[in-house]
Design a protein around this ligand. Sequence first.
Ligand code: NAP
Length: 241
Amino acid sequence: MEKVAIVTGGSRGIGKAIVEALARKNIKVIANYNQSEEKAKRLKEELEKENVSIDIFKADVSKREQVKEMVNYTIKKYGKIDILINNAGIDQEKMFQDITDEDWDNIVKVNLYSVFCTTQEVIQYMISQKNGCIVNISSIYGINGGACAVAYSATKAGIDGMTKALAKEIGPSNIRVNSIAPGYIDTDMNKRYSDKEIEQIKEETPLEKIGKPEDIAKCVEWLVEDSFTTGQVISINGGWG
Ligand code: NAP
């Protein structure tokens, strides 16, 4: 039977490109969304025009009960989960002194707890089948830090730490765990940047361009097919940072 993948935050941006890439490789993809229901439906319809079918599933990945429902749905329908892409995330631009406890708790819940919780719910099935590939989307900010993005940077560094530790713990079960740390990628998350700011980022980037969601999806495709890479944080950033 074909491989089965869950992609969190799969209806737009980087997650959408990952869903498209995996689904076109004949992988059964469950594309998770939370608020973007219309976009998720449109993505499903667009892929159907290519004779590619996906499932879409609404779940707030910061809430364990909703994650459990998504995992149960997948197991009931396909009987296994081979691939988990923890992509869902939010941004937060604030001066450090202005970050409230509520801001901190919210971004930790959505960006970091979601990876812990979703992985925990999925991993039992990967352990019993002695096979699995987990890819966490972290960020260049988790490695280098970003001004006015202390909480975001902390969650992304946390993801990389989780990746390295979990890879050691579950490697003997033939489960690979890796992070991809993107640089600047052209998605809604970066809408707030002006054209001038984007030009500046391009100038600071050795490859003199900004990334596309497909640049990240290509690496996910490779990690899914690979069999000897684990515990790594792979930077895809055009040399920026
Ligand atoms: P985006 O276009 O803003 O998309 C964010 C995605 O996360 C959406 O699909 C959204 O789903 C989902 N999401 C947010 N909160 C969620 C929740 N509670 N439950 C389920 N899904 C949730 O951002 P993006 O650029 O594609 O970002 C994808 C990942 O890449 C993020 O983890 C981000 O931190 C990381 N990243 C991005 C960049 C960049 O430059 N773009 C750089 C480094 C790292 P709904 O719309 O359905 O709610």
